[in-house]
Design a protein around this ligand. Sequence first.
Ligand SMILES: Cc1cc2nc3c(=O)[nH]c(=O)nc-3n(C[C@H](O)[C@H](O)[C@H](O)COP(=O)(O)O)c2cc1C
Length: 165
Amino acid sequence: MARFLIITATSGTNYELGELFSTSAEDKGHDVEIIDLSELDLPLFTVARSKDPEQTPDVSELIQIMTESDAWIVLAPEYNGSYPPTLNNAIAWMSLDWQSFRNMCTGKPVGLGTHSGGGGTHVIMAMRQQFSFIGADVMGRSCVSGKNKDANPETIEAMIDGLAR
Ligand SMILES: Cc1cc2nc3c(=O)[nH]c(=O)nc-3n(C[C@H](O)[C@H](O)[C@H](O)COP(=O)(O)O)c2cc1C
């Protein structure tokens, strides 16, 4: 049994995709938690803010949940050929303590998915580059869905099985 953390960058169709992953993982006996980054509503990262304790958000609980999970499934819509600011912003805040951030990410199994307006291939590429850079073990298979393409249940199942290993 694995502890999955599903991280959604937005609260709409990508959150719904997260629920599909969650149901599939729970049906297989895994533990699942979903975090919606847009709900966290973190302030925009700036260097000035990061140096002012009164303006620095407490992301310690987020870091703890991410550290304790066995695998992450990161879901985000494509925004202008990349991923949304909620994801980039959360990564920036969590990476302030760069060494512990690296430790948290190194070798972490990560699966990627999207529900996007168009093809969604660009957001997968952007997230693959991001999560590979921070040392995660990004799975080759990803779940791409959109207005004209439902998420493939077989892909979701295969990703859960692959990440739980
Ligand atoms: C600022 C912005 C930029 C977007 N850029 C793209 C894009 O480059 N490619 C694409 O396929 N869809 C794009 N979309 C559409 C979203 O990917 C699509 O509506 C997605 O399903 C929204 O996810 P959500 O329902 O989880 O919020 C964009 C949407 C917004 C708001």
